[in-house]
Each structure stands twice: as C-alpha cells, then as structure tokens.
Ligand binder design. Structure first.
Ligand code: SAM
Length: 274
C-alpha cells in the first residue's frame, strides 16, 4: 500500500497536548447531558445560560451552544494561550450563528462577575477548583459563583475521592489514536492535603511527553465541600453518586444519594442550588 494513505504516527514532537487531553480525559457530551437534564428536573425549565469556569479548551461551553439555538455560554480561564487554542480549534468549528452565542473571557474565577451575568448554571469540572488550597479561598470562589447565578441557578461541580486518591501511584490507559495516557499521582501529603499530579502522554515511538499537564492541588473531601458550599450561602447541596452495572462497574448514571460507598476511587457530581 502507498504511504499517502497511512495516518501520521503520533509522537511527542507532533502531537497537540490539548487534543490529547480532550481525547483522554474529557466527555463534554456526558457532562452537558447531566447538567441540562438535572437542571430541567430541578427547576422545571430548560437551562439556557451556562458559564464554564476553568474552561481550558472550552469543550463543555462549545457542546452547550450546539444543543439549542437559545443557548448562550461563557467560558472563563486565566490562561491566554489555552483560550487562544480553544478559539482556534473548538470555537472555530462552530457555525457562525453558534459562535455568536459563546464568549471566552480571560478572567480569574475568584473575581466578581458583572451584575448583568445571571447564569442558570455554572460548571466547574475535572476538579479544577482544587487549586484553591484554603477554606477561605474556596469559600470566596463558591461565593463568586453564587453571585453569578440567577435566583434559581445551580452550580454543578465534580469531585474525586476514595482511598486511592491518597496513594502515590501511576495509572496507564491506551487511548483512541494509539497513544497512552498516564495519570501520575506523584505526591500526596497527608498533613496539608496537598496533592501533586501530572499527565504524561506515551507514544508507540519516540520519547514520552512528560508532564504535559501539572496539577498542584489540595485534595478536598465531600464533607468539606458540602460544608463550604453551605457556608457560601447555597441553600441545598446534593451529591449525585454513580450507579453500577451488573459487573459492579460504574454505569455513568448519577443519582442523588445521602449515603455513598467506600469505593477505592470514585468520581461524583455535586449540585449546589442558590
Ligand atoms: C484542569 S484545566 C481545565 C479543565 C477543564 N475544565 C476540564 O473539564 O477538563 C484547569 C484550567 O483552569 C485554569 N485556571 C487556573 N486557575 C484559574 C483561575 N483562578 N481563574 C480562572 N481559570 C483558572 C487554568 O488556566 C486551566 O486552563
């Protein structure tokens, strides 16, 4: 077979780390399914105005504006080069009409947003808010989100826990495209709760893309998050726990629960109602 039909081989030199992250980590369709259906059942009306905090590549905001002609999304992130990547690769793939309903803004999520910004929902996914390491800062962040919400608005965030979250370990997963995603829990300090993680990408040929992403976090627990959301003024905080299939594996269906299970590692959603 001629070489012109062969797909280029991904290597650390040729691959785009944001694209690899999207393939390996994100599922904006499932996230938007979850927040839109939960909002509808909580509020009895459709979710139309969404803010994606820590938006990075803005995958969720782009997915949201594709869903309905009345949907408006805003994405907030501090990092100008990542926002530029999002505009070039994701916003540019939207239709001109969809592009008019999305705005990516370089801004610190801790800062108050304009009084005109009244969102039905704010989302903060993939534990991005773990960069805030003190109760005071995290409460300030939650307060800024609450102030940006409409009177019946809901804040949706995800969290991760279980005893494996406190282990220093590496996990490898082969991804579509032939590369391997490496989740490296490099350092956990049980006194401060500080957790340092890296994402590396490994390829069939050539060197590893080391530390493509670096996370300097505090590992927050669900009881702490529920308390801080309440202290920030949210009226009701609900944990949405994942169900299981017949083999005992997560089935991607998240339902309100008052009691969880001591799983080795779990990811769940939290809904905080204004
Ligand atoms: C883990 S990444 C993005 C995750 C993405 N939301 C997802 O679901 O995969 C975290 C992003 O938060 C941004 N960030 C960090 N601190 C921030 C802050 N104080 N305000 C706004 N963005 C911030 C970083 O620039 C980075 O793009």
């Amino acid at each position: 077979m001629g070489t012109k039909h062969r797909k280029p081989v991904l290597t650390a030199a040729t691959a785009d780390k944001h694209r690899l992250y999207e393939i390996a980590v994100q599922c904006p369709e499932a996230e938007i399914d979850f927040v839109t259906s939960r909002f509808k059942s909580l509020r009895g009306r459709p979710l139309r105005r969404l803010c994606e905090d820590f938006c990075g590549t803005s995958a969720a905001a782009c997915e949201f504006v594709k869903r309905h002609a009345d949907n408006y999304a805003e994405g907030l992130d501090l990092h100008a080069p990542t926002l530029a990547w999002a505009r070039r690769h994701n916003v540019a793939n939207l239709s001109p009409e969809q592009q008019r309903r999305i705005e990516l803004i370089r801004r610190n999520v801790l800062h108050p947003r304009g009084a005109d910004k009244s969102f039905d929902a704010v989302v903060a996914m993939n534990f991005s808010y773990w960069i805030f390491k003190t109760r005071e800062t995290l409460r300030t962040y939650f307060g800024a989100v609450r102030a940006a919400l409409a009177s019946d608005g809901v804040f949706f965030l995800d969290t991760w826990g279980g005893y494996e979250s406190m282990k220093e370990q590496r996990e490898r997963r082969r991804c579509v495209g032939g590369f391997t995603y490496v989740w490296d829990q490099a350092r956990y300090d049980p006194i401060s709760g500080d957790l340092t993680c890296y994402i590396h990408f490994d390829f069939p040929r050539g060197p590893v893309m080391e530390r493509a992403f670096v996370y300097d976090w505090r590992l927050w627990t669900l009881p702490e998050l529920r308390e801080l959301l309440t202290e920030a003024g949210f009226r009701k905080v609900t944990v949405y726990w994942e169900g299981e299939d017949e083999k005992g594996h997560g089935n991607s269906v998240f339902s309100p629960r008052k009691r969880g299970v001591a799983d080795a590692s779990f990811i769940c959603y939290i809904g905080a109602e204004k």
